[in-house]
Write a protein that binds this ligand. Structure first.
Ligand SMILES: Nc1ncnc2c1ncn2[C@@H]1O[C@H](COP(=O)(O)OP(=O)(O)OP(=O)(O)O)[C@@H](O)[C@H]1O
Length: 581
């Protein structure tokens, strides 16, 4: 029965066992003496193996020497197609006669388990004790930390003690030995971490240390984008990402608030109007979880309050069908020929860890990824007077910090200058009161006198589990996706309340959707709309300037790209359009 990849062992009850490694699967078998089939003590794909560790060879080794212990730590699925994972550890004994083979076998197993990333990462783990339902510390102690340690990671745990503490920690910490910054929190924790890194004297390099979100907050959109709506709160999947995820460059939005000139960076969203009211206007309803956003949306639609602003946009793409087609084609390329099925099962994404993905190859080559597939080829002149887009980043901005590498550069992220729109920019005045006319000829262009329900710019498709707001976003493509939602008939907007997860509101004729390099906004109703939100945090504003920082930061992703929603799982070239309502 034994072949080259099988190792005979003694199992816990003194019975004979066998370790087998075949077709990317690890099995620990208990053999029977009477010819019955072997019993599976452990069976898992190697992608879920955390660590195999053989105890040191004893000094008195020899045919009669002591046995060596072999510990195997793995995550196992509840059933073959389940995303429900649990941690397990199994200990077997290796007899001296198989000691050398066992050493080689363990090396082979670990190489198969970590095909493109190195094991034993140094993790800076930030834990927000009050986010979500306030269970962050318990989840970290019970699940996250033991799993990281079982995988051989070294974990430096820092519990945040007050608002903005995560920002201070990331601003001031010695990151020279840190491979991953793991954030057990909601999106607010990631926002603070990115801003802390951006403020450092070595900000540009520090932002390339990959960040890995762990879902202990109330919304956790970063996890939705990485693992899909159904697995947003799958803590073990997110922990596996800390252990094995591949660095994925992402864009940031640099937001300069006026008149203070305070600069914040955003990894997720900048919002005005209804999207502000449904977020910070429902904070008193945190206890109902993320359904507070649906409540806030419905309330906002009934009020149909418009947001009055003067917006100037540096648009690089405004063709909805082309943007959708390109996103579908890019998603197919990201999936690669070896990935089967769809984007509905994140464990299929883990399978992608077996082969170096398109993204990782490009990152390894230092040429970023997405170039050539993004609208950059059709870019108009940026019109940014102070500096060209991209000059904020060093030439090698596409290369993330090598995992297990040190930050050794002291370059600061330059302060953003104010943008100076040119005549090529598109100006939108949303101070009118007219509702959108679906028969209008200019479907993806603003018409004079129209009223705006909300402005929403983002860098990841999902902003919540039930809202795929920017379905054609691609990580690190160097552009910001922005929606200007016109006030439309209530019946149309109410009809979209349950459509958000599908991304279909993208096709609404009342929704202007653009890819931009930057934009400016002037508040035309300071009393009625005093707040904007950046990644869900509220700020007072008179006006603000936003520009993209291409591939400025890094996330870990199991397969090197975001979860692929149904919207993207179409045959390339056949991106279906939704008829206008
Ligand atoms: N010890 C603490 N005491 C009080 N506030 C804290 C503490 N630690 C962190 N915070 C603050 O908690 C706030 C909420 O965190 P976060 O946004 O991550 O969670 P959440 O709101 O539950 O999740 P989400 O943003 O996904 O809805 C942040 O503003 C953060 O600064």
């Amino acid at each position: 029965m034994a072949n080259k990849q099988d190792i005979p062992v003694i199992i816990h009850n003194g019975k004979r066992g066998l370790l087998t490694l075949e077709d990317g699967r690890l099995d620990v078998l208990q053999l029977s003496a009477d010819g019955r089939p072997p019993k599976h003590l452990l069976s898992c794909p190697v992608r879920l193996l955390l660590r195999a560790q053989l105890s040191p060879e004893p000094p008195s080794a020899g045919a009669n020497g002591p046995k060596r212990m072999l510990d195997i730590h793995a995550l196992v699925q509840k059933s073959a197609n389940s995303n429900h994972l649990r941690y397990t550890k199994i200990r077997v004994l290796v007899e001296p006669a198989h000691s050398v083979d066992a050493e080689q076998w363990v090396d082979q197993l670990m190489a198969a388990a970590y095909p493109v990333t190195k094991p034993y990462r140094n993790v800076l783990l930030l834990i927000n004790p009050v986010s979500g339902k306030g269970k962050g510390v318990a989840i970290a102690n019970h699940t996250i930390i033991p799993t990281l340690e079982a995988a051989g990671c070294k974990v430096d745990v820092r519990q945040t003690e007050y608002r903005n503490h995560a920002e201070e920690i990331c601003r001031d910490a010695d990151l020279s030995m840190v491979d991953v910054i793991a954030v057990a929190s909601g999106d607010g924790g990631c926002y603070e971490a990115f801003n802390g890194l951006a403020m450092r004297p070595d900000g540009r390099k520090a932002l390339r240390i990959p960040l890995a979100p762990l879902p202990t907050g109330s919304a956790c959109a970063a996890c939705t984008n990485l693992f899909g709506p159904k697995n947003t709160f799958n803590v073990l999947l997110a922990t596996l990402n800390v252990i094995k995820g591949q660095p994925m460059p992402i864009d940031l939005q640099s937001v300069v608030l006026l008149p203070s000139l305070e600069r914040r960076v955003s990894f997720l969203s900048v919002a005005l109007g209804l999207m502000v009211d449904l977020d910070i206007g429902t904070e008193n309803l945190r206890w109902i979880g993320d359904s507070r956003f649906l409540y806030g949306y419905l309330r906002g639609i009934m009020q149909n309050k418009s947001c009055k602003a003067r917006i100037q946009l540096n648009i690089v793409d405004d063709d909805k069908e082309k943007m959708a087609r390109e996103a579908v084609e890019a998603a197919a390329a990201d999936r690669g020929p070896k990935t089967v099925g769809g984007g509905t099962d994140p464990l299929q994404l883990i399978r992608g860890v077996q082969t170096m993905s398109v993204a990782s190859q490009a990152v390894a080559n230092g040429d970023g990824y997405g170039d050539g597939l993004t609208p950059s080829g059709s870019r108009k002149s940026s019109g940014l007077s102070a500096k060209p887009i991209g000059s904020l980043m060093p030439a090698d901005a596409a290369s993330p910090a090598p995992v297990n590498g040190a930050v050794n550069d002291d370059e600061r992220l330059p302060l953003a200058d104010l943008l100076e729109p040119t005549e090529a920019w598109v100006t939108v005045d949303s101070s009118g009161s007219a509702r959108h006319d679906p028969q209008s000829a200019t479907q993806n262009a603003w018409s004079e006198g129209e009223a705006m329900l909300f402005l929403y710019s983002g860098l990841m498709p999902y902003v919540a589990r039930d809202l795929n707001q920017w379905p054609v976003i691609r990580a690190g493509s160097g552009v910001i996706d922005i929606v200007l939602q016109r006030c439309a008939a209530r019946s149309v907007m109410l009809g979209q309340a349950t459509e958000g997860a599908s991304g279909r509101p993208y096709w609404l004729s009342s929704q202007c959707y653009y890819k931009v390099l930057g934009y400016t906004v002037e508040n035309l109703d300071k009393k009625g709309q005093p707040k904007l939100t950046i990644d869900g945090e509220g700020y007072d504003w008179d006006s603000f300037h936003v520009e993209v920082l291409p591939r400025a930061a890094t996330l870990l992703a199991l397969d090197g790209h975001y979860y692929q929603a149904e919207f993207l799982l179409q045959a390339p070239g056949a991106a279906a359009t939704k008829p206008d309502k």
